[in-house]
Structure formats: structure tokens, C-alpha cells
Ligand binder design. Structure first.
Ligand SMILES: [Fe+2]
Length: 331
């Protein structure tokens, strides 16, 4: 796949530059989020810069890097790697990409009829990235390369630290020490399980694209992971911030273990409604070039649908972390 933003490399033998000026971090007029200006993607990371970004992320949870020259694929990977080992996102989604750490979130379809990335223009329900695999997403990086001209979809965020802090004590007690089953079976395989999108036509489009990828991979002799599932504690302690979060993804967290189906369903609905109350949500309006770095473990995000006739092209990366088998306070 062609690099979306080719840039010249420094001449052989020369040292890559370091960030020349401090970042400017401005909090959004919203419950979470900040704009970050002054980032130089061509510069190598320094300990001071990493500390500055990590501090800002812990404070604001969603950082919108804006106004910089777009990084190459390689530079984007190099930047994200400073925060942890990266998920091979394209493999999880059945894609074949020379840079497997970059997930191509787009609605482009190749001449062979196979989606070039995640496919479809459907909405996505509230979720934390990769909660459905044993090694969950910790930070995510999502960058807008192309956005639709008409009604570009927003990406909305809410805090799962705040959700837990403000959760009534009776509900905290109900989930403390519990574990939950996470799966994306329904929307990748077309099974009987709940759909993650509310638009059945676009779910169908997504499933067709996924089936086309599987057939393409079979012909190429490329194996890709099975459709994943995982069990995680409902309350987790974030490894970087040391603070507890509520770890529930709507539509992906299917069942709280040890509870009757009806009871679990009602509780998951109540927890999600609490987390995503409109007054605690930040809705991001994308500009081309925005790189949004977010604490995907400590937040939920969702995306609107868009006109399938328009192109939307994003690059996404995530660091991964393995949660403990049990909520630390329950062990
Ligand atoms: Fe996501």
C-alpha cells in the first residue's frame, strides 16, 4: 500500500531533529479533551516530550494534535511506539498491509472488490478499542487523512474514570470483582448476536466486505486471527494513571459473568447509559490532519455514519496492555 503522505527522510548520516519548542496544550470547553499545537512529527521523541504528552493525556484523556505536517506511516508508527507495543491492527481486521500496526479505517474498495481497510461507512457504537482481545488497547491514535465534504461524521468520547467516580455505590458494588465477556462476533460474522451498528444495511455491507477479505486471504494463503473474544474485569486499574475505570463497551461487552442473562443485560444498559450521558461527552469535529491520541482504556468512543458515496480515510494505531485476570481490589 502506498504511503498516504510521503516525506523525504533526513540525509544519510545526519541526526534526526528533536522537538525544538514546547507543545501548546489548550483544554477544550468540554468534559474532556485538549488541542495540542506545536508538535513536530519529523523530530524524534525525547524523555521530556514523552513525559509532557503522557501528563497531558492523563489530564485530558483526548489530545487533538493539530497544525503539524502530516507524518509518514513510518513516523506515525515511531511516534506511537514510544507509548507501548503496538497492536497489529490490520491483521485483526483481516487486512494485508506492509505496515500491520496501522489499521486503515476507511471505506475504500479495491478494483478486486475487496475493502482496502476496515470498510463501510456505518456508525460504530460506544466502545474501547480491542476490548474483545486478551491484549486490549491502551492508547489509540486516530488521524484524519480525508474527510467527507458533506456531514462529516463526528467521533464522540466520554471518560470511564468519570463514569466510575460518579456511579452510584449500589452499582459499583454490583460490578466490583465481576468479570465480563467481550466479543465482536455479531458484526464480523453475521451471527445471531446483537449488532454493533443500528443500520442493518450497512452492517450487511460490512459483513460482505469482511467475507471478501477472507476469500482474498485464502487465495493469498495468508492466515489471519480468528474472530476474537475475551473476558476482562469490569473495573480495571489503568496501568499508567493508577486510577480505576469502568471497562464496558456497548455492543461488545455481552455478558457479566455470574449474572442471569436478563440481569446482566439490564445492568450493562444502565452502565452504558450512565457513562454516555450527553453532558459528559466530547464530540470531535475532524479537520484533515488531526491526530487524536486518546486513552482508549479509560474512555469510550463512538462514530457517526456518513454518506457511503464520500471517502473517509483514517489511520489508526493502538498500544496494547494485558489486564489482570481479576480486578486488583477483588483479588
Ligand atoms: Fe474505535
Amino acid at each position: 500500500m502506498v504511503d498516504a503522505h510521503p516525506q523525504s527522510s533526513p540525509p544519510m548520516g545526519s541526526e534526526p531533529p528533536t522537538q525544538a519548542r514546547p507543545l501548546k496544550v489548550t483544554a477544550m470547553d468540554a468534559p474532556l479533551g485538549a488541542i495540542v499545537e506545536g508538535w513536530d512529527p519529523s523530530a524524534d521523541m525525547t524523555a521530556a516530550l514523552k513525559a509532557e504528552i503522557s501528563r497531558a493525556l492523563a489530564t485530558h484523556q483526548v489530545l487533538v494534535f493539530r497544525g503539524h505536517t502530516l507524518p509518514t506511516d513510518q513516523r506515525l508508527v515511531r511516534f506511537a511506539q514510544n507509548f507501548g507495543d503496538l497492536v497489529k491492527g490490520s491483521e485483526w481486521f483481516g487486512d494485508v498491509d506492509p505496515i500491520p500496526e496501522i489499521l486503515r479505517v476507511n471505506n475504500l474498495v479495491g478494483d478486486d472488490g475487496v475493502p482496502e481497510g476496515t470498510g463501510a461507512s456505518r456508525s460504530l457504537e460506544w466502545h474501547a478499542d480491542y476490548s474483545y482481545v486478551p491484549t486490549v488497547g491502551k492508547e489509540s491514535f486516530l488521524e484524519a487523512v480525508e474527510i467527507p465534504r458533506n456531514n462529516p461524521p463526528q467521533t464522540c468520547f466520554c471518560s470511564q474514570y468519570l463514569a466510575l467516580e460518579t456511579l452510584p455505590a449500589a452499582l459499583v458494588n454490583a460490578v466490583r470483582g465481576k468479570r465480563a465477556y467481550h466479543s465482536i462476533t455479531g458484526y464480523t460474522a453475521g451471527g445471531e448476536e446483537p449488532q454493533i451498528s443500528e443500520n442493518l444495511a450497512s452492517d450487511e455491507e460490512f459483513r460482505k466486505g469482511f467475507a471478501a477479505k477472507r476469500e482474498r486471504n485464502r487465495k493469498l494463503g495468508v492466515s489471519r486471527p480468528d474472530i476474537p473474544q475475551a473476558i476482562h474485569p469490569v473495573i480495571l486499574r489503568h496501568p499508567d494513571t493508577g486510577r480505576e475505570i469502568l471497562y464496558i463497551s456497548k455492543g461488545i461487552t455481552r455478558h457479566i459473568l455470574g449474572m442471569a442473562e436478563d440481569e446482566s443485560k439490564a445492568l450493562l444498559k444502565e452502565l452504558t447509559e450512565h457513562s454516555t450521558r450527553p453532558e459528559v461527552v466530547y464530540a470531535h469535529n475532524w479537520q484533515v490532519g488531526d491526530l487524536v491520541m486518546f486513552d482508549t482504556l479509560g474512555t469510550l468512543h463512538r462514530r457517526d455514519a456518513w454518506d457511503p458515496g464520500e471517502r473517509r480515510v483514517m489511520r489508526q494505531l493502538s498500544t496494547w496492555w494485558t489486564p489482570p485476570a481479576q480486578d486488583a481490589d477483588a483479588a
